[in-house]
Design a protein around this ligand. Structure first.
Ligand code: MTE
Length: 316
């Protein structure tokens, strides 16, 4: 009797896991392993962080999720490229370890947090949010992260803290878009963003460290980025290195570049067109038909009260 023994087909790891995700995980593990070797991180802590333990969080939409491929291949990350497919390629070797986020300003306990600390200090949650870009496309993304208010509480804001300012890494050596010239955009670097204190403290406002069950791919803003689901995507600043509590409304990158087109608030509003196009409808990436855009991107019940009495045409 001849038993035919067949070798199982070779399965490359990149056939199981999206390459962007396994690359991010590999880099994460490399950085983490180095820290463990240097005695900076207990092994069990390292393992916990590498797996990103998370529970299901509140506010998740049950709409179908945008595919992992689209979420990680169709990006706006001008530090790498102004072309949507550019960041996935050009951010592959972006170093996200070691990484610290300095949180300070009007705070009693200003602190510089290491990223491993941030991954383990707060309970991580999965939140499936709609993301509506100002360019009239949208996605549904299963983020993993923790609410920003937990981090702010840890530094004890003073009564002077009226706004929160955010800053992305400035590293032209790693980020070709920051070098100007051929690869440059009209933005000034570093990319900066801001929120009013009550917006920052709102339970929907998330600091994301992962998506689709794994660490954040570089092109999506690794190792830590903001997600403010009721505002246009440009508020969701990537690869954050500094968070400052401030008393005055801080400058924001797109508002500095084109103040008539991009306001500080940037709340999703189908009734206020961009000067060059309508914001009434949007195309969900992966779909052909357009769908109506909802006020506050569908989160009006949760956030409309923050803007009661404000003229949203003036404060766009
Ligand atoms: N953050 C930085 N630092 N640089 C950027 O170019 N683009 C913004 C935002 N955050 C951007 C950024 C814009 S316009 C959008 S729509 C979202 O990131 C896109 O996030 P995604 O690539 O994860 O979909």
């Amino acid at each position: 009797m001849a038993i035919l023994l067949r070798k199982p087909p070779a399965v490359r790891s990149d056939e199981i896991t999206d390459p962007a995700v396994y690359r991010a995980r590999r880099q994460f593990l490399r950085g983490g392993a180095a820290a463990a070797l240097a005695g900076l991180l207990p092994r069990d802590l390292l393992a916990a962080a590498a797996r990103l333990k998370f529970s299901k969080g509140p506010f998740s939409t049950d709409e179908s999720k945008t595919s992992l491929k689209d979420v990680t291949r169709y990006n706006n990350f001008y530090e790498f490229s102004t072309d949507k497919s550019g960041p996935a390629k050009l951010a592959q070797d972006f170093k996200t370890r070691p990484w610290t986020v300095a949180v300070g300003g009007a705070a009693e306990k200003p602190t510089r947090f290491g990223i491993e600390d941030l991954l383990t200090r707060f309970d991580l949650e999965e939140r499936v949010y709609r993301l509506r870009c100002v360019e009239a496309w949208s996605m549904v993304v299963p983020w993993i992260g923790f609410p920003l208010h937990k981090l702010l509480a840890a530094v004890a804001p003073t009564s002077q803290a009226k706004y929160v300012a955010f800053e992305t890494l400035h590293d032209p050596e790693q980020m070709p878009g920051q070098r100007g010239g051929l690869f440059g955009s009209s933005l000034d670097w570093p990319y900066v963003e801001g929120l009013r204190m009550d917006e920052a403290m709102h339970p929907l406002t998330l600091l994301a460290v992962g998506l689709y069950g794994d660490v954040l791919p570089n092109q999506n803003g690794a190792p830590i980025r903001l997600v403010v689901p009721w505002k246009y995507g440009f508020k969701s600043i990537k690869s954050i290195v500094r968070i400052s509590l401030v008393s005055q409304q801080p400058p924001t990158s797109w508002n500095l570049t084109a103040p008539g087109e991009y306001g500080f608030y940037a709340n999703v509003n189908p009734k206020v067109p961009h000067p060059r196009w309508s914001q009434a409808r949007e195309r969900r990436i992966g779909e052909f038909r357009k769908r109506p855009t909802l006020p506050f991107n569908g989160y009006a019940d949760e956030v409309a009260h923050l803007y009661r009495g404000m003229d949203l045409r003036k404060y766009f």
